[in-house]
Design a protein around this ligand. Structure first.
Ligand code: SAH
Length: 218
């Protein structure tokens, strides 16, 4: 991928407009809006796609990868209610944009990607070196990361058929999981809170994600 690392006034202006658009769609969390305003989304795309980086849309960038729609990233990040220093597990690294937003919000991020090519691509993505609080793993998100559990928060950025049981196990009691769950052809955003003796589920809007697949892919 041919990346550009130049953040011009034009980019900054487009980003500000994007943030205002997301705000007008109902996102109120100022920390999240500020993170979106801080992170140059065009760094995460090939430089040929500079202009679409600040359109509020998901964008396919090969290998079944999409960079999530900024509104969706903001929505999930706001539901996650990240506090500084919290351990957050992300399933579906993809472009690493969501992971960086979480890091800017102060999280210690553990992110898993099942596609080897995408994982390798992020190792070469030099901008990510600025974020030593993000740890990248190549593996199957359904397995989580037992060695690093428990997590304060878990965010799933692919369409899940159900709540993956191992991920629920790896969540702290009192911890929250934000997960888009399949209902027909779309996914309903849900927030799961792990209780001493079960779970509490809150239901939110519908979205469209790429599927969370079993196993990892070389
Ligand atoms: N968070 C990403 C969105 C990526 S799209 C971003 O900000 O750009 C969803 C990603 O989830 C894809 O890259 C896909 O390969 C990955 N994925 C799907 N199933 C997975 C699984 N079981 N474990 C880990 N990653 C998975």
């Amino acid at each position: 991928m041919r990346r550009s690392y130049e953040d011009t006034y034009r980019h900054k202006g487009l980003r500000k407009k994007l943030v205002e658009g997301i705000r007008s769609k109902g996102i109120k969390d100022e920390n999240v809006l500020n993170a979106i305003n801080t992170v140059p989304r065009h760094f995460f795309l090939d430089s040929a796609f500079d202009d679409v980086a600040y359109v509020d849309k998901a964008f396919p960038i090969g290998e079944g990868q999409t960079i999530s729609q900024p509104y969706t990233v903001a929505y999930q990040s706001a539901l996650l209610e990240v506090k500084k220093g919290e351990k957050v597990l992300e399933i579906g690294t993809g472009s690493a944009y969501q992971a960086v937003i979480l890091a800017v919000l102060g999280a210690m991020v553990y992110t898993i990607e099942r596609q080897k090519k995408l994982y390798d691509e992020n190792k070469k993505f030099t901008y990510l070196k600025q974020f030593p609080t993000i740890k990248f793993f190549y593996g199957d998100g359904y397995e989580g990361l037992k060695a690093y559990a428990p997590f304060d928060k878990i965010i799933i950025t692919a369409a899940a058929p159900e709540i993956p049981p191992k991920l629920l196990e790896q969540l702290k009691v009192g911890g929250k999981m934000v997960i888009p769950v399949d209902i027909g052809n779309v996914q309903q955003m849900r927030r799961i809170t792990k209780l001493e003796d079960g779970i509490d589920i809150e239901y939110f809007d519908n979205f469209s994600f790429v599927p969370m697949l079993q196993g990892r892919n070389s």
